[in-house]
Design a protein around this ligand. Structure first.
Ligand SMILES: *Cc1c(COP(=O)(O)O)cnc(C)c1O
Length: 214
């Protein structure tokens, strides 16, 4: 068994059947993505639209693709075409742009709202207090379906309180999905109720390049 397949088996054993594994494939070559698919991965996460576009053309229909990075307005059209879900919507303006392109392309786009639970670290994500008003606006967009919340906790701190806060927010709004947990903290995220975890390094090993999200 390859390292990639063994890593996936070990992670899936810890996730059980109720948590969806998203294999984060940023900077990973198509051949190694194919190994992950052979080992049973069905959803890949990418954080850059351009990189994903090239890769999806090569790996294509064998995987479903989720967008997990920061999305710029001028990339929304491609994102709506390429991805099955966008995890990182952090403004009503971005949701409106997604709605516009989803309408033109004749689809409905499931999205998650990225929340900056801690108020520190990441410069992306909505403030928790802005969520109710944003949801009210987004619910008026017929081609955008808000399915849940996503967060990236600040580095170097215990993630548990941030995951717990995200779950409380999700519960308060009656949404189904919680995208939280990466390689170093996914077990805690699962304990706190994650429905999707996003794991790169734990499957593919250390990335050679550590580029900022676009
Ligand atoms: C890169 C990335 C991940 C995966 O991180 P690992 O530590 O390699 O598991 C998860 N979520 C987002 C948003 C990312 O950009």
């Amino acid at each position: 068994m390859s390292d990639i397949a063994a890593n996936i088996d070990r992670i899936r054993a810890k996730l059980g059947d109720r948590v969806t594994l998203i294999a984060v494939t940023k900077t990973v070559e198509p051949e190694r993505i194919a190994e992950a698919l052979d080992a049973g991965v069905t959803i890949c996460g990418e954080s850059k639209v351009q990189e994903a576009k090239a890769k999806i053309a090569l790996v294509s229909s064998r995987a479903r693709w989720h967008f997990i990075g920061h999305l710029q307005t001028n990339k929304v059209r491609d994102a709506v075409e390429l991805f099955e879900m966008i995890h990182s919507v952090d403004s009503v303006k971005l949701a409106a742009e997604i709605n516009k392109w989803a309408d033109r392309l004749g689809k409905t786009m499931p999205v998650l709202l990225e929340i900056n639970v801690s108020g520190e670290g990441s410069k992306f994500g909505m403030k928790p207090e802005d969520l109710p008003a944003a949801l009210a606006e987004m619910n008026k967009l017929p081609r955008v379906e808000v399915r849940g919340l996503m967060t990236i906790p600040p580095a170097g701190k215990d993630a548990r309180p941030f995951f717990r806060k995200l779950r409380e927010l999700r519960d308060a709004h009656g949404l189904p999905e919680l995208s939280m947990g990466m390689t170093h903290d996914y077990e805690v995220a699962v304990e706190e109720g994650a429905t999707m975890v996003r794991i790169g390094t734990g499957i593919f090993g250390e990335r050679k390049r550590n580029e900022p999200t676009e």
